[in-house]
Design a protein around this ligand. Structure first.
Ligand SMILES: Cc1cc2nc3c(=O)[nH]c(=O)nc-3n(C[C@H](O)[C@H](O)[C@H](O)COP(=O)(O)OP(=O)(O)OC[C@H]3O[C@@H](n4cnc5c(N)ncnc54)[C@H](O)[C@@H]3O)c2cc1C
Length: 465
């Protein structure tokens, strides 16, 4: 292993091989502080060639590798378990090409999502992936987790935003698939194997991303809805009236909003009368003169009256940001409230109301006093369905019930045709849990793909499968 350490230093330079505990500490614990591990070394390569040489050296020494971008993942996927070489890709941060005629940009995996957005903006275009961790999260991490965020309704997940990839394979070879083609039916679509694989099949080193026209008109509104089913009906009406201009549609349950009002200074309920449910609506257009308020009014119409109460439309960017802040501060507010048990689930939109009615009832019967905090990307069928301890309950006693709460929630999600991981992935967190819900055939296919691409099993062991 001394030879491997020396070889790594030869490849990237001694300054980019970290082995002392105080140097590696920020890399070996996850964002939430839930997972902590140890690495043989943290290596920070500066080029695809260096990544390939590191992987070749590790494969020869029989040492596993853990890819890492911004380390903002929420399922422990980028945390080593012990003894692996952690390859942090942050130094691969160049924009290699920006082709406005083809509406694409080619970026290296370590570019932060925010840097990619800014580069696209500077060229008069837009890259639509957007999430709260974008200042730290990298494109490599976004693609490896098939990240979602707030604009999936209009633009799709990370998977839908990629045309080509460059990947270092587990045997050290480089697959150069950086094609900027919207049509290419020449066999299996290999890039889709690596997107969402959470670093278990190879290391993404660069990607060709799709660009879109920039948004020049935006309307943000907050509306009261009577119940989740009404929110789903409202979305259908909005889409009929506004088409693809509906770029975000989020639901916020009362308990979630109350926590924000309690914990975030200056936060205030946008509506005069407290509503059991609210939706945050964003309409966007590339035409600066688009009449978004007119379209919204048309969607509202008379027959919306039964479903919807008051609506507040932001009058300027500051008010729009304040409405979005209510949504984006829910997780932080819930953290300040004490421990919680979190579920990142998706369902067909048509079954969300049924799920919430049944799950809320069953949880309240089984765990008296439990507080249910529901919010999320209802337009995508994706709910963050979280439980907080009873107001005067004990943190430890509550957390001890996690498995039972998870079982109840996940079993119902599965029964209604949903997924137990909508956007955060499996990582270490749900690696065991998924065995309960995927069929033997699906697990067998996943294991065969893993064995075919990584026969030595050195890519991010102990994650996903
Ligand atoms: C405040 C906050 C808000 C968030 N909001 C959202 C949200 O709205 N939607 C959403 O989907 N996620 C969200 N996340 C989760 C997280 O930000 C995303 O999963 C993000 O895409 C991870 O990027 P990263 O660079 O930090 O990846 P990391 O955390 O470093 O890694 C994540 C996984 O990808 C692998 N990986 C990383 N880079 C590579 C690479 N180059 N090649 C191969 N594998 C790699 C790692 O091994 C690991 O399994 C949020 C997280 C936080 C902290």
């Amino acid at each position: 292993l001394d030879d491997l350490r020396q070889r790594l230093a030869d490849i990237v330079g001694v300054d980019h091989v970290l082995t002392k505990a105080d140097e590696t500490a920020p890399f070996v614990t996850d964002w939430r502080g839930r997972y902590s591990g140890a690495a043989f070394a943290v290596v920070r390569p500066g080029s695809t060639r260096e990544v390939a040489e590191i992987v070749t050296a590790c494969a020869a020494a029989g040492v596993s590798v853990v890819p890492q971008g911004g380390n903002t993942g929420l399922v422990g996927g980028a945390t080593p378990r012990g003894g692996e070489v952690l390859i942090n890709l942050a130094r691969l941060d160049r924009v290699r090409d920006l082709d406005t005629a083809n509406a694409t940009m080619t970026v290296e995996a370590g570019c932060t999502l925010q840097a990619v957005q800014e580069a696209a903006n500077a060229a008069g275009s837009m890259f639509p992936l957007s999430l709260a961790a974008q200042g730290s999260a990298t494109i490599g991490g976004n693609l490896s987790t098939n990240a979602g965020g707030v604009h999936v309704l209009r633009y799709g997940t990370a998977r839908d935003l990629v045309l080509g990839l460059e990947v270092v394979l587990p045997d050290g070879r480089i697959w150069s698939g950086l094609r900027g083609l919207r049509k290419d039916n020449t066999g299996y679509d290999l890039k889709q194997c690596f997107i969402g694989a959470e670093g278990t099949l190879g290391l993404i080193t660069a990607a060709v991303l799709k660009l879109f026209p920039p948004v020049r008109a935006r309307l943000v509104a907050w509306a009261a809805v009577a119940e989740p089913a009404a929110a789903v009906r409202l979305l259908e009406r909005l889409r009929a009236a506004c088409g693809e201009r509906v770029s975000a549609f989020e639901i916020i349950g009362r308990a979630a909003l109350e926590m924000v009002l309690k914990h975030i200074p200056d936060a205030r309920d946008p509506l005069p009368v407290p509503s059991p449910w609210s939706v945050l609506i964003e309409l966007a257009d590339s035409d600066a003169d688009a009449d978004l308020a007119g379209l919204l009014a048309r969607a509202w119409g008379d027959d919306a009256a039964d479903d919807c109460g008051e609506i507040v439309v932001a009058g300027n960017e500051k008010q729009a940001a304040a409405l979005w802040a209510l949504r984006e501060n829910i997780s932080e507010s819930q953290r300040r409230e004490g421990v919680s048990i979190k579920h990142d689930i998706s369902l067909p939109r048509s079954r969300i109301a049924e799920f919430l009615a049944r799950a809320d009832h069953e949880l309240q019967v089984a765990f008296p006093g439990i507080r249910i905090v529901t919010f999320g990307h209802i337009g995508d069928g994706n709910l963050h369905y979280n439980q907080s301890k009873p107001e005067r309950g004990d943190n430890q006693a509550f957390i001890a019930q996690s498995d039972a709460v998870n079982r109840l929630v996940h079993d119902l999600v599965d029964k209604l045709g949903g997924s137990i991981s909508a956007e955060h992935g499996l990582g270490q967190l749900k690696r065991g849990e998924i065995l309960r819900y995927k069929s033997d055939v699906e697990m067998d296919l996943m294991r065969r793909i893993k064995r075919a691409l990584d026969p030595q099993g050195i890519m991010n062991p102990g994650k996903v499968i």
